[in-house]
Design a protein around this ligand. Structure first.
Ligand SMILES: NC(=O)c1ccc[n+]([C@@H]2O[C@H](COP(=O)([O-])OP(=O)(O)OC[C@H]3O[C@@H](n4cnc5c(N)ncnc54)[C@H](O)[C@@H]3O)[C@@H](O)[C@H]2O)c1
Ligand SMILES: [Zn+2]
Ligand SMILES: [Zn+2]
Length: 404
């Protein structure tokens, strides 16, 4: 079958690999009808999240049809149309039962303290083959597959795999509640769903920050007040918009590949910090491999959370959903401590939220399809990866059709 395979930093290929099989009684094999490219995949290819094993099939977002189930699966049968959760849990351990699927004790083959298991991920996260493929093996399928109503199309469903539950989780861990003013750093696909979810959880205002006009336009369409960090200083602008108080809650939906401002009033300070950011990047990601401007790491790995901490109201809450690798040891703890900030972070507990988010999609309360800007056949996947990597105008979220 055709699949996107990781070969090394800066080196991914569309190639033929063998089809997955049932390995354990609780597995299922699914024929993927729609997959997608995620900002997380870019960290691996850029080398800012290290530890991928060459040969791993990439991708963790998928919709498909069940081909086969192991003998331990009693809630699905071949032919069922399903959504796959990017984050995997076993559904039986004490963490899963508490809703902490991202810290499941058993699904990660590296053992109970090894953390989040997801598809197409580094060795530490299980190195389970991913969903940018014609077929995939789903571990603990009873917990990690969700039956799709006929009325929900693949395009409406695919954001439920990862970006919607992640954005929603961001609003939950940032403790967004009625009346809050919420700042969202990053208006990529995850940031868009963080904005939407903040409003769903009662935010009165959402102030969204990015450096790309087309992404800010989409954020504005969701109701956010938008700030372009290449035009104004985002922290000063947030304070100005909130009578000097700052947002009550902030969500970092950027992660390690954060960019510094290249123009506008914040660019001067960024230039002063360029050496510091270069050194941080060298320590966090010693092995990167840029090709002609492609797979280039962000140049300011601490910028998004530093702005988040600087802008927050006293005693406010920061929710970090942007991904930082275990090699990252930089955080402005002093400012956060002295302002009595609460900081929550992590990988989303997707199986905990998927059903309720799917109900909102099914009822038409939200239409996640609006955030998908590109639908590409698998044979175009390399071009699609490159456009998304460059954040080309209009390329907000790419869905892939593995059958073409
Ligand atoms: N925690 C989880 O479970 C989880 C799940 C999925 C994705 N993620 C992470 O969420 C992050 C966003 O994912 P995505 O798919 O939207 O990626 P993306 O790369 O498309 O989006 C990142 C956005 O941040 C913007 N940005 C860059 N520097 C910035 C800065 N200094 N301030 C504000 N905005 C800045 C970029 O212009 C871009 O629009 C990634 O780190 C991804 O790995 C986390
Ligand atoms: Zn994803
Ligand atoms: Zn578990």
């Amino acid at each position: 079958m055709k699949a996107v395979v990781f070969h090394g930093v800066g080196d991914i290929r569309l190639e033929d690999v063998s089809e997955p099989k049932i390995e354990q009684a609780t597995d299922a094999v699914v024929r993927i009808t729609t997959s997608a490219i995620c900002g997380t995949d870019l960290h691996f290819i850029r080398g800012t999240v290290p530890g991928m094993k060459p040969g791993t099939v990439l991708g963790h977002e998928g919709v498909g049809v069940v081909e086969e189930v192991g003998e331990g699966i009693r809630n699905f049968r071949p032919g069922d149309r399903v959504l796959l959760s990017a984050v995997l849990g076993c559904g039986s351990c004490s963490y899963c039962r508490a809703g902490y699927f991202a810290q499941c004790d058993t699904v990660n083959p590296n053992g109970p303290r090894s953390g989040t298991a997801f598809y197409g991920a580094p060795v530490a996260n299980g190195a389970i083959n991913g969903l940018q493929a014609e077929y995939a093996r789903v571990p603990c399928a009873h917990t990690n597959m969700f039956r799709l109503p006929e009325s929900v199309s693949d395009a409406q469903a695919i954001p439920l795999s990862d970006i919607y539950p992640t954005g929603y989780f961001g609003a939950v861990i940032a403790e967004v509640s009625d009346g809050d003013v919420v700042g969202v750093f990053g208006c990529g696909p995850v940031g868009q769903f963080a904005i939407l979810s903040a409003f769903q959880r009662g935010a009165a205002r959402v102030i969204a920050v990015d450096g790309h006009g087309d992404r800010l336009e989409r954020a504005q369409m969701l109701g956010a007040e938008v700030i372009n960090f290449n035009e104004v200083d985002p922290v000063a602008a947030m304070l100005e918009l909130t009578r000097g108080i700052g947002p009550d809650r902030v969500i970092d939906a950027v992660g390690v590949d954060a960019e510094s401002p290249k123009s506008g009033p914040a660019a001067g300070r960024a230039r002063e910090q360029a050496d510091q950011h270069r050194e941080e990047l060298r320590q966090i990601a010693p092995r990167t491999n840029e090709h002609n401007g492609q797979w280039k790491p962000g140049d300011a790995p601490t910028q998004a959370h530093a702005w988040a901490v600087d802008s927050l109201a006293k005693a406010g809450t920061l929710g970090i959903i942007g991904v930082y690798p275990p090699t990252d040891r930089f955080f402005p703890i002093g400012t956060a401590m002295n302002r009595n900030l609460t900081i929550n972070m992590g990988n989303g507990n997707h199986p905990r939220y998927i059903r309720r988010l799917m109900a909102m999609v099914e009822s038409g309360t939200v239409d996640p399809d609006r955030i998908l800007t590109q639908h590409e056949p698998m044979r175009e996947v390399m071009r699609a990866y490159k456009e998304f990597d460059q954040r080309r105008p209009g390329w907000l979220k790419v869905a892939l059709d593995p059958s073409h």
